[in-house]
Write a protein that binds this ligand. Structure first.
Ligand SMILES: [Zn+2]
Length: 202
């Protein structure tokens, strides 16, 4: 049986071990590639015969929206490397690699993103909410409570409402049902230009 994949074998020089291992772990978000390579170099540098079993069964998980290393029977050194990687992934944008933070989108979805990558994500999610639950905003034939509109969409809502002649003198922006439907249709168009969701299940 070929042993070409045995990057964890301590007899390989580090650079060779790294080159063997790198292609074995795919599907890592682009922004976390550097973090993963750094972590892999740490794992390569601590290869011993005792750790071969753990490293042989190493797998990567995106659980809890973090970059998690999963392996059987990790000793404290391997555990430390795994924990450091997961901890660092909280503060690195998984899309672009810039400094980010873990952003909780709802009770079951979160993602580590920088402000720039989070903006379209938050906008897309807010639009999805309006499209899915319009009756939470437009009640009794009127959408006239700005606080019912998702925060990230309030400026757009106010601008669209004030474009209507009926609303010229109204301090609180409002739309009737037909205006609201037109606004939602416009949001659907905006949504189609936004990237797909970047979050991972928690
Ligand atoms: Zn980013």
């Amino acid at each position: 049986m070929s042993t070409d994949h045995r990057w964890f074998d301590p007899s390989h020089p580090p650079e060779q071990a790294f080159s063997i291992a790198a292609p074995l772990f795919v599907s890592i978000p682009a922004g976390w590639q550097a973090l993963w390579k750094d972590t892999l170099r740490q794992l390569v540098s601590v290869r011993t015969a005792d750790r071969e079993f753990s490293l042989n069964y190493l797998s990567l998980e995106l659980e809890d929206s973090l970059l998690q290393l999963d392996m059987p029977s990790p000793d404290p050194v391997l555990l430390g490397i795994a924990r450091r990687c997961a901890e660092r992934s909280k503060f690195i944008c998984r899309q672009c690699g810039r400094r980010g933070k873990l952003r909780q989108f709802n009770t079951h979805e979160a993602a580590a993103l920088c402000a720039q990558c989070a903006a379209p994500e938050l906008l897309g999610r807010a639009i999805d909410d309006v499209i899915r639950f319009p009756s939470l905003i437009c009640i009794g034939g009127r959408a006239d409570r700005l606080r019912r509109v998702p925060e990230v969409l309030r400026k757009l809502f106010a601008r669209a409402a004030r474009q209507s002649a009926l609303n010229d003198d109204v301090a609180e922006p409002s739309m009737d049902a037909a205006e609201f439907r037109r606004w939602v249709a416009h949001l659907e168009q905006v949504r189609s230009f936004l990237p797909p969701s970047a979050s991972a299940p928690i």
